[in-house]
Structure formats: structure tokens, C-alpha cells
Design a protein around this ligand. Structure first.
Ligand code: NAI
Length: 248
């Protein structure tokens, strides 16, 4: 299928993990893909090479999604290179897990800055572009812990809950110009981020998931393809859990 033919996407934090999977699946669906990550590493060049095999236009940019000025510059550059932005995926994110009693101000600030401020900065930067186009789809990576909370992740959960409030507000502001804004809330997905967890924590999680397994990055990417595509043309202001039925 070519669900994203003639569309251009900008995806943050796509050198690896969920962002890379979204970029790859978008390209497979006929989308031109601009993506960012903190540095232009070999991994970024590899993503460019892999995506180009689908015959789409692709370019990686070194840009810090958490920096307001970087976000503005990135969007300007992508518009100069690609001519438009139909889809924004706010994917860049980090964890700095700690119990509240040990959580430092730096851990709090870093997570809020990267996970939540980046969504504000990037969405604000693409808004005039999409407004002029009279169309757009903005997808942000929240998390089920942003819905339910999680011990030792007060900073991360707060940032992901903030994304939900932001998403619902922007959907109400921009719906009039056919700009849709949705969030996905993955549960337990196998990536470098979750690979840092100890084995016993992984096993505990799996027991609590009705489908008794972690999700894959492709299973997150498939929902993003749906939200990015015209299949979701009347879907906005929603948060879609991708969690194997996990209730926390
Ligand atoms: P990951 O750590 O494997 O990859 C994140 C990517 O974002 C990396 O390439 C990193 O360099 C980049 N990045 C970090 N800070 C950045 C910044 N300031 N500017 C630009 N790029 C930056 O993470 P993963 O697992 O792929 O997660 C992607 C998103 O999905 C994150 O927002 C995460 O919170 C969310 N998520 C992940 C879940 C999981 O189980 N892995 C569950 C729920 C949500």
C-alpha cells in the first residue's frame, strides 16, 4: 500500500528505536522523510541509506528537539529542502528514572525539557507551515505511564501526561484548519530505552500484560501510519494506547 504517497514527514529522534521504525514504515508507505537526532552519527547515515531504498526523498538533520531555536531552524531547513511538512512526529524522548526522594532538579528538568518542551517547540514551529497548507497531522509519543503514573518515573510520567494535555488543546485550536493532533501511548516496547531495565523488571511487566509479551517498534509505527494517513482524516484530539491491553 502507499498510504502516505505525496506526503512529507518530519520525525524527531529517529536514529534508532521507535523513531527509526516510524521513519522506515513511513518511507515504505511512499512518504518523503526528514528526521532529526542529536548528532549526525553513522546511525543517522544508515537510516538515510535504508530509507532511500524505498525510493523516497530522505534527509537526517542534527538538531536538539528540546531547544526552541533549534526547532525553528530545523523546520525552516526542512521546508527549504522538502517544500512542505504534512506530518510531524514528536518522538524524541529520554528517561531519568528515580524515586522522588532521590530525584534531582537536573533529572526533573532534563526530562521535562526533552520530552515536553520539545513537543511545544516543534509543534509551534510547524504550526504556521501546516496552517498555510490547510492540512497536517501531528503525532506525539506519550506513554501509558502518562495516563496512569508509575513509581520512580514521576518526571517521565508528568512529561508524558503533559503531552496529552497539549495534544488535546492543540487539536481544539487547529482543527478548524484541518490540522489533526493526536498522541500514541505505548506500553512496554522493546528498544534501547527499555533494554536498560533489569531482567526481573522485564519479567514482571510481561506477567502484567494481557498479551504476555512486550510490543515491537513496528507495532507502534503501524498506529502512527494510520494517524498520519487520510484513513484517520476525522480523528483528532485522541490518545491511542498501544500496550497489549496493559492496565496500570
Ligand atoms: P530510544 O532511547 O531508543 O531513542 C530515542 C531517540 O531520541 C535516540 O536516537 C536519541 O538520540 C533521540 N533523542 C533524545 N533526545 C533528543 C533530543 N533532545 N533531540 C533529538 N533527538 C533526541 O527511545 P525509544 O524507546 O525509541 O522511545 C521513543 C519515544 O517513545 C520516546 O518519546 C519514549 O518516551 C516513547 N515511549 C517509549 C516506550 C518504550 O517502551 N520504549 C514506551 C512509551 C513511550
Amino acid at each position: 500500500m502507499n498510504l502516505l504517497q505525496n506526503k512529507t514527514a518530519l520525525i524527531t529522534g529517529a536514529n534508532r528505536g521507535i523513531g527509526k521504525a516510524i521513519a522506515t514504515m513511513f518511507a515504505a508507505e511512499g512518504c518523503d522523510v526528514a528526521f532529526s537526532d542529536l548528532e549526525r552519527t553513522d546511525a543517522m547515515v544508515e537510516v538515510e541509506t535504508e530509507l532511500a531504498k524505498y525510493g523516497c526523498k530522505v534527509k537526517g538533520y542534527a538538531s536538539n528537539a528540546a531547544q526552541f531555536s533549534d526547532a525553528q531552524e530545523l523546520v525552516n531547513q526542512v521546508v527549504a529542502d522538502f517544500g512542505k511538512i504534512d506530518i510531524l512526529v514528536n518522538n524524541a524522548g529520554i528517561t531519568r528514572d528515580s524515586a522522588l526522594k532521590r530525584m534531582t532538579e537536573e533529572q526533573w528538568d532534563a526530562v521535562i525539557q526533552v520530552n515536553l518542551k520539545s513537543v511545544f517547540s516543534m509543534t509551534k514551529a510547524v504550526q504556521p507551515v501546516m496552517w498555510k497548507q490547510g492540512a497536517g497531522s501531528i503525532i506525539s509519543l506519550s506513554s501509558i505511564v502518562g495516563i496512569a503514573g508509575n513509581a520512580n518515573q514521576a518526571n517521565y510520567s508528568a512529561s508524558k501526561a503533559g503531552i496529552i494535555g497539549f495534544t488535546k488543546s492543540i487539536a481544539k485550536e487547529l482543527g478548524v484548519r484541518n490540522i489533526r493532533c493526536n498522541a500514541v501511548a505505548p506500553g512496554f516496547i522493546m528498544t534501547d530505552m527499555t533494554a536498560q531495565l533489569p531482567e526481573y523488571v522485564l519479567e514482571e511487566w510481561k506477567k502484567r500484560i494481557p498479551m504476555h509479551r512486550a510490543g515491537t517498534v513496528d507495532e507502534v509505527a503501524k498506529v502512527c501510519v494510520f494517524l498520519a494517513s487520510d484513513l484517520a482524516s476525522y480523528v483528532t484530539g485522541q490518545v491511542i494506547p498501544i500496550c497489549g491491553g496493559l492496565q496500570i
